[in-house]
Write a protein that binds this ligand. Structure first.
Ligand code: KG4
Ligand code: ZN
Length: 344
């Protein structure tokens, strides 16, 4: 089965063709980072308009590269939510228009389900069941995953998401948007132990997390350095390094606690922050020490992309019953734990 995947939930237009026999055929991404950079964050109306401009040419490019004619597609999957309403509507409209024209089923996918299943695109791939650490710009959650659509929420952030903390801290340090990759690059120049930041809720005894206090602690640190005339490039790098270490310590501890709580021996990391090198290194070491395995998507599939939507669509369509296709719609707010397995 060949599935076209369309992702337009935020500031990236992603398209891919996934073939259940041959794997990923082709994929392409158009990032709007340059478009929003001068505003310091995503401007929803600009995002929607850019998806309108990019989506159809990207579908033409990807299907051509995959060597698949539109008529040879078996289904079309699109991100139904959560995300920016206007941006989601572009993907939904194109997906349903195409489905109607081709007489093919259209399936709406939860964006986070796409992220969560994205490690299945890699080799080796995990097998169900596994624990998933979902760390993106809007979410920091741990799930027990027993199959497609079977996601039990184990732990969540009480306030900011890890990616949001990266972005806000990057802003405080004068780095651009999006901040995660820039902050991580700066942290490489930093020195250990020069400054100290808290590890929020590290010993809370549960799987809850919190990152807004960390951001406030960085603000205090930056102000103090500024007041003392010491906020030079080296100090910025030291703060970035300690911030990355603090977030990593918390995420690693909570992920290991989730493995303990469920008895699983596979951990899957997904979402934009999953591209972070330090987090990957520390998780790999910590899981290896206890005989567990950790799986990451390729870095290209950590952040938003069409491949994860095509894959989730293919997995759902494979088990769907006739008539399970989605009606036209978007869900800007949508809880992942509310999903059910296909044909349930
Ligand atoms: O999953 P994603 O692309 O979009 C959402 O669905 O939110 O995640 C974006 C987030 C941003 O906050 C970005 O700063 C962060 O992922 N991010 C990183 C890295 N690459 C992206 N954070 C830390 N280190 C990175 N290398
Ligand atoms: Zn995402």
């Amino acid at each position: 089965m060949r599935v076209l995947g369309i992702e337009t939930s935020c500031d990236e237009t992603g398209v891919a063709v996934y073939d259940t026999d041959r794997g990923l055929g082709a994929h392409a991404l158009h990032s709007q980072v340059d478009l929003h950079a001068r505003y310091g964050g995503v401007v929803p109306e600009l995002a929607s308009r850019d998806h309108v401009r990019r989506l159809v040419p990207l579908i033409e490019e990807v299907t051509a590269r995959a060597g698949v004619a539109l008529g040879e597609l078996d289904a079309i999957a699109y991100t139904e939510g959560p995300g920016l309403a206007g941006a989601l509507l572009v993907g939904a409209s194109v997906a349903h228009g195409l489905g109607m024209a081709l007489g093919r089923p259209v399936i709406g996918i939860h964006h986070l389900e796409g992220h969560l299943l994205s490690p299945l695109l890699a080799t080796p791939a995990p097998t169900f069941p596994f624990v998933a650490l979902l760390v993106s710009g809007g979410h920091t959650q741990l799930f027990d995953v027993t199959g497609v659509g079977a996601y039990r929420l184990l732990g969540d952030t009480l306030d900011d998401a890890a990616g949001e903390a990266f972005d806000k801290t990057a802003q405080l340090l004068g780095l651009g948007y999006p901040g995660g990759p820039a902050l991580s690059a700066l942290a490489r120049d930093g020195r250990d132990g020069r400054v100290s930041l808290p590890r929020p809720m590290l010993d809370s005894g549960d799987l809850a997390m919190s990152f807004s206090g960390l951001k406030t602690a960085v603000l205090t640190l930056v102000r103090r350095h500024e007041a003392e005339g010491r906020l030079d490039a080296a100090a910025r790098a030291d703060i970035a390094r300690e911030f990355e270490a603090a977030i990593t310590d918390v995420l690693v501890a909570k992920a290991l606690a989730a493995l303990d709580a469920t008895g699983r021996d596979q951990l899957v990391v997904a979402g934009g922050v999953g591209a972070n090198r330090r987090l990957r290194e520390e998780l790999s070491k910590a899981t290896a020490r206890r005989g567990a395995r950790v799986f990451y998507p390729d870095v290209a599939f950590c952040t938003d992309n069409g491949a994860m939507i095509a894959l989730a669509g293919a997995l759902r369509m494979a088990e769907a019953r006739p008539g399970d296709a989605s009606a036209f719609g978007i869900r800007p707010r949508w809880e992942l734990a509310s999903l059910a397995p296909p044909a349930a």
